[in-house]
Design a protein around this ligand. Structure first.
Ligand code: NAG
Ligand code: NAG
Ligand code: NAG
Ligand code: NAG
Ligand code: NAG
Ligand code: NAG
Ligand code: NAG
Length: 784
C-alpha cells in the first residue's frame, strides 16, 4: 500500500451486523450461546479499499487484492475519452464530506475534462457507521452529446474492474436476463476467459466470492434503469450509463456500489439488501398487505390448465364461475384469482400488445365486474406491453401521453395509470401484474436511448398503484427492473424463474430468491399442478412431482397458486401449504440455495452439494428458531453442517426428518458442526428430502427434553403464521396458536424421544394453547 493512497478499512461486522441481525444478536443474548463462525470465517480479515490520486483503486482482503480498477472512460461528441490514453484529463481532486441517513460519509472526487465537458468521479464511503460499501459516482456536470454507440455496451466506465489473467482463487456469479436474472444466470472463475457476462439490457449484479465466506457484490446503486455493465475485449467489467443513451442531461448522477463481507454469500446479500432498502425506504408494509402473497390463489397464466383455454364451449366468464362453485363445493380456500393475457384485446400482428386493458364481451358477456360480484375473488390482473395502436395514446386519438414507436407504445403519464387503476378496482383488481418488462424495455428505442423514459414508466405505474391501493407483481423483469423496485413501494413480489411447464426444472428458484430476499420482494415460483395427469391439457404434458412444486411455492414466501383442471385438484396435497382459511403457513424468509451450492456451481470440486440444497427458518415468538432444509436432485451424498445451512446464529443441535416413505414418525438425529446431516443421493427430485430443526427444550428435571416438530400435515410445520408464541417456564413449554374457528390440527413433538401427537381445536376466538409439560396428560400416542 502506497503512502499516498487513501485507505478505508471496513469492519466486516460492525454496523451491518448490528442492523441486519438485531434479532440474531438478541437470540445469542437470550440463549446465552456463543456466536459461532459462519460458513466462512466470521473472524476473517476485513476488506479494505484503497484509492490513489489518479482514481486507481483496489479492494483487498488480508493483503490479497480481490478487485482492481481499470481506467475510467466516457463517450461524448462521438469520441471515446479515456484516462488510459490521457484523452480524459484530470483537472483537479477534491475531498467532500457530509452526512445522510446512513451516517457520515467522505467522497474522494476527481474532476476530469472530456474535451470541454466536466465529468466528476467520486468514491463515497461511510465512516460512521463504517458500512462495508463503496459507492462510485459519475457526475455529468455538463452532460454529454453524441454518446450512443452500442446498446450492449456502456457510454462510460467508472468503476471499471480488470479481471485478472491468473487464477486468484475467486469465482463469480451474475444475475442476468429475464425473470429476475434467472434466464441467463451465470457462474465462472474470476479470471479472464473464466466465464461470460452478457451486457446491455440483460446485465445485472455480479458477485465475486471465495470458498471461505468472502463475497463482494457489484451492483447499480441508483438510476437502475439506465445503468449497465459490459465485459470488454480487454477483460474489463465496466459499469456506467447504458450504451444506447444519446445524451446525458447536465446534472445527471450515475452510481454503482461494491459491498463486501465475510459472512458468506447469503448473509452478504442480506446485509447489502438491508442497506439498499434502508437507503430507499423500501419497507415491507405493502408486501404484508398483499393478499396474493398471504393466501392461496388460483392461476390461469402460462402453464396453467385454463391458460388461453376456457372450458369447452364456455366463455371465460362461465369457466371462472364454475371454478368458484367447484372450489366452494370442495372447500378449497382460494382467496383470489389471476387473470392472464387472455382477457384483453391485443393489436394486430405488426403491433401486437395491449389495446385496451379490459375484457371484451366474448370473454365476459356480463362483464368482469359481474364476475367479481359473484365470486368475490380479488383479482391479480396481467398486462403485457402496449400496442402502438392503443386508443389510450394521444397519437391514436386518446387522452394520454405515450411514446409510440413502430410496434409498441410506452406511457409517460401519471393520470393514465390513475385512471386505469381506478377503473380496474371496479372489477376487483387488487394486484397489477406487469409482464414482459424485459421485452418492453429491450425492444423499444425510447427506453434504451434515454436515461429517464424507462424509469418514469415504472415510477408512475408504482405511484398510481400506491395511490389507488393496488400492489404490483413484476414478471419477466431484468435485474434492472428488479432493482428499480427499491424505489417503488407498491412492488411486492416478482417472478423468479421462467414460465411453469409440468415437469420442467423452473422450480429451481433458490439462487434468484437470494436477490429477491435482499430487495425485499417475495419470490414467485409461478403456478403448478397438484395432480400429475390433467386430461386434455394444451401442453400434452404431465407433472411428475406435484408435491415438490407445492413445497417450493410454500417455502418461497411468495404466492402459492395452483392451476389444475376443474375436478383435478389434489386437495389434501394443496392444503399442506395453508390453514383451512387459505392463509399460507410460511417460513420467516424465502428458502435460498446455500452458499456451498454456489461454490459448487463455480468450482465443481465436491465442496458443495451436487444438486439443490436450500434452507430457511421460522422465527417464532421472541427467540425460537425452527430451521427448514430442502434437498433435491442430489447425485452424491453431501454433509451439511448447521453453519453450511446458515443456522449458526441459532445453533440447532437436533434435526428431524420429515416422516414419509414408510417412516411413520419424525426421525431425530444430532446436528452440529461435528455431527453434520448427511443428505444422500436418495434426495432426488421426485423423492426430495425435508428436514426440520428444533430447539431442545429442557423442563422439570434436567432429563426431560422436548423437541418440537409441529404440524405434520403442513410443509412448514412450525410457522409464525400458526404459532404465535412459545413460552418456557421451569415446569413446561406453552405454545400459543392461531387458527380458524373450528379448525382442528394435530401437533407433534418428541417427549424424551417418544413421538407425541396432540389434537387441538380452535374456538371462536381462533386462539388455542397447548402445554407440553411433563408428563403430557392429554397426549395420544399414535401407532401406524
Ligand atoms: C460545466 O459545468 C461546470 C460546473 O457546473 C460549469 O462551471 C461550466 O461552466 C460548464 N461548462 C460548460 C461548457 O457548460
Ligand atoms: C439467455 O438465455 C436464453 C434462454 O433462457 C437464451 O435463449 C439466450 O440466448 C441467452 N442470452 C444471452 C445473452 O446469453
Ligand atoms: C361443443 O360444441 C360443439 C358444437 O356445438 C359440439 O359438437 C361439441 O360436442 C361440444 N363439446 C362439448 C365438450 O360440449
Ligand atoms: C356489482 O356490485 C356493485 C355493488 O353492489 C354494484 O354497484 C354493481 O352494479 C354490480 N355490477 C354488476 C355488473 O352486477
Ligand atoms: C431513438 O431515440 C433517440 C433519442 O431518444 C433518437 O435520437 C433516435 O433517432 C431514435 N432512433 C430511432 C431509430 O428511432
Ligand atoms: C402427446 O404425447 C404423446 C407421447 O409423448 C404422443 O404419443 C401424443 O401423440 C401427443 N399428443 C398430442 C395431441 O400431441
Ligand atoms: C395427493 O397427494 C398425496 C400426497 O399429499 C398423495 O399421497 C396422493 O396420492 C395424491 N393423490 C392424487 C390423486 O394425486
Amino acid at each position: 500500500m502506497h503512502r499516498s493512497m487513501r485507505s478505508f478499512l471496513f469492519f466486516a461486522f460492525s454496523a451491518s451486523f448490528s442492523l441486519v441481525n438485531a434479532a440474531q444478536l438478541d437470540s445469542h443474548r437470550l440463549n446465552s450461546r456463543p456466536s459461532k463462525p459462519a460458513t466462512g470465517q466470521r473472524d476473517a480479515d476485513p476488506f479494505s479499499f484503497d484509492i490513489d490520486g489518479h482514481a486507481k483503486f483496489t479492494f483487498s482482503q488480508g493483503g490479497s487484492a480481490w478487485l482492481q480498477s481499470a481506467p475510467a472512460f466516457l463517450y461524448t461528441e462521438g469520441k471515446r475519452f479515456s484516462a488510459e490514453d490521457g484523452s480524459l484529463k484530470l483537472d483537479h481532486q477534491a475531498t467532500e464530506s457530509g452526512a445522510d441517513k446512513m451516517g457520515t460519509w467522505t467522497s474522494q472526487c476527481f474532476v476530469y475534462m472530456a474535451g470541454s465537458r466536466s465529468w466528476k468521479l467520486c468514491a463515497k464511503t461511510w465512516s460512521s457507521p463504517a458500512w462495508p460499501l463503496v459507492v462510485f459516482q459519475q457526475h455529468y456536470m455538463n452532460g454529454t452529446d453524441g454518446s450512443a454507440h452500442d446498446t450492449d455496451s456502456v457510454i462510460s466506465g467508472f468503476p471499471s474492474f480488470q479481471i485478472p489473467t491468473s487464477d486468484i482463487g475467486l469465482g463469480y456469479f451474475s444475475y442476468q436476463g429475464g425473470q429476475f436474472g434467472y434466464k441467463n444466470l451465470t457462474y465462472g472463475k474470476w479470471i479472464q476467459g473464466g466465464g461470460t457476462l452478457s451486457g446491455g439490457a440483460v446485465g445485472g449484479p455480479v458477485t465475486v466470492f471465495d470458498q471461505k465466506g468472502g463475497a463482494c457484490i457489484m451492483a447499480p446503486f441508483s438510476e437502475f434503469m439506465s445503468t449497465s455493465r459490459e465485459l470488454d475485449s480487454k477483460g474489463r467489467v465496466n459499469w456506467g450509463v447504458m450504451g444506447g443513451v444519446v445524451s446525458v442531461p447536465q446534472g445527471f448522477i450515475q452510481q454503482t456500489a461494491v459491498y463486501c463481507g465475510n459472512a458468506g454469500i447469503n448473509q452478504v446479500f442480506s446485509d447489502w439488501g438491508t442497506f439498499m432498502r434502508t437507503y430507499y425506504d423500501k419497507t415491507d408494509v405493502y408486501r404484508k398487505a398483499d393478499l396474493s402473497i398471504h393466501y392461496l390463489g388460483y392461476y390461469t397464466d402460462a402453464g396453467a390448465y385454463y391458460y388461453v383455454k376456457p372450458e369447452p364451449n364456455k366463455t371465460y366468464e362461465q369457466t371462472i364461475l364454475d371454478l368458484k362453485a367447484f372450489a366452494d363445493l370442495l372447500g378449497i380456500p382460494f382467496r383470489y384469482i389471476q387473470y392472464d393475457a387472455w382477457f384483453y384485446p391485443k393489436g394486430p400482428p405488426d403491433s401486437r400488445g395491449t389495446m385496451t386493458w379490459s375484457a371484451t364481451s366474448d370473454i365476459a358477456p356480463d362483464g368482469l365486474q359481474y364476475v367479481y360480484n359473484i365470486t368475490k375473488w380479488p383479482v391479480v390482473a396481467h398486462n403485457m406491453w402496449w400496442s402502438s395502436k392503443t386508443p389510450y395514446a394521444k397519437a391514436n386519438g386518446g387522452k394520454y401521453n405515450f411514446i409510440v414507436e413502430k410496434q409498441k407504445a410506452i406511457p409517460q403519464d401519471l393520470t393514465f395509470w390513475m385512471d386505469l387503476f381506478n377503473q380496474a378496482r371496479l372489477w376487483g383488481v387488487s394486484v397489477y401484474e406487469q409482464d414482459f418488462l424485459d421485452v418492453e424495455f429491450g425492444t423499444m428505442n425510447a427506453t434504451q436511448s434515454t436515461v429517464d423514459v424507462a424509469k418514469t414508466w415504472l415510477m408512475q405505474m408504482g405511484q398510481a398503484a400506491r395511490a389507488t391501493g393496488l400492489t404490483i407483481q413484476y414478471c419477466m423483469s431484468n435485474p434492472r427492473h428488479a432493482m428499480q423496485s427499491l424505489e417503488i413501494p407498491a412492488v411486492t413480489h416478482a417472478r423468479v424463474s421462467v414460465d411453469y411447464r409440468p415437469g420442467l426444472d423452473q422450480w429451481q428458484i433458490g439462487v434468484t430468491s437470494i436477490l429477491a430476499h435482499a430487495l425485499g420482494l417475495a419470490p414467485w415460483k409461478d403456478n403448478f399442478w397438484t395432480v400429475t395427469e390433467q386430461p386434455g391439457n394444451t401442453y400434452n404434458m404431465s407433472e411428475p412431482d406435484p408435491e415438490l412444486k407445492a413445497v417450493v411455492s410454500t417455502l418461497s414466501t411468495g404466492p402459492v397458486g395452483s392451476s389444475d383442471m376443474l375436478q383435478h385438484t389434489n386437495v389434501s396435497l394443496l392444503m399442506q401449504c395453508c390453514r383451512v382459511d387459505g392463509l399460507i403457513l410460511k417460513p420467516s424468509k424465502p428458502a435460498t440455495a446455500i452458499d456451498k451450492q454456489l461454490w459448487q456451481s463455480v468450482w465443481n470440486n465436491g465442496l458443495g452439494p451436487s444438486g439443490q440444497v436450500w434452507t430457511t427458518y421460522s422465527h417464532v415468538g421472541h427467540d425460537w428458531y425452527f430451521g427448514i432444509i430442502l434437498a433435491a436432485g442430489l447425485t452424491d451424498d453431501f454433509k451439511l453442517s448447521p453453519s453450511d445451512a446458515g443456522f449458526q446464529f441459532f445453533n440447532p443441535t437436533k434435526v428431524l426428518r420429515r416422516p414419509g416413505q414408510g417412516v411413520p414418525d419424525p426421525l431425530l438425529a444430532d446436528f452440529g458442526d461435528n455431527s453434520p446431516l448427511t443428505l444422500t443421493s436418495r434426495c432426488t427430485v421426485h423423492d426430495f428430502c425435508m428436514y426440520y430443526t428444533s430447539p431442545v427444550f429442557t423442563v422439570g428435571t434436567e432429563e426431560t427434553q422436548i423437541i418440537i416438530y409441529g404440524e405434520e400435515s403442513k410443509f412448514v410445520p412450525m410457522s409464525r403464521d400458526r404459532v404465535s408464541n412459545i413460552e418456557v417456564t421451569g415446569d413446561g413449554v406453552y405454545v400459543t396458536f392461531q387458527g380458524t374457528r373450528m379448525e382442528t390440527i394435530i401437533f407433534t413433538y418428541l417427549f424424551n424421544g417418544a413421538t407425541v401427537r396432540r389434537f387441538l381445536m380452535f374456538d371462536n376466538s381462533g386462539m388455542a394453547t397447548l402445554s407440553l409439560e411433563a408428563p403430557p396428560p392429554m397426549s395420544v400416542r399414535t401407532f401406524v
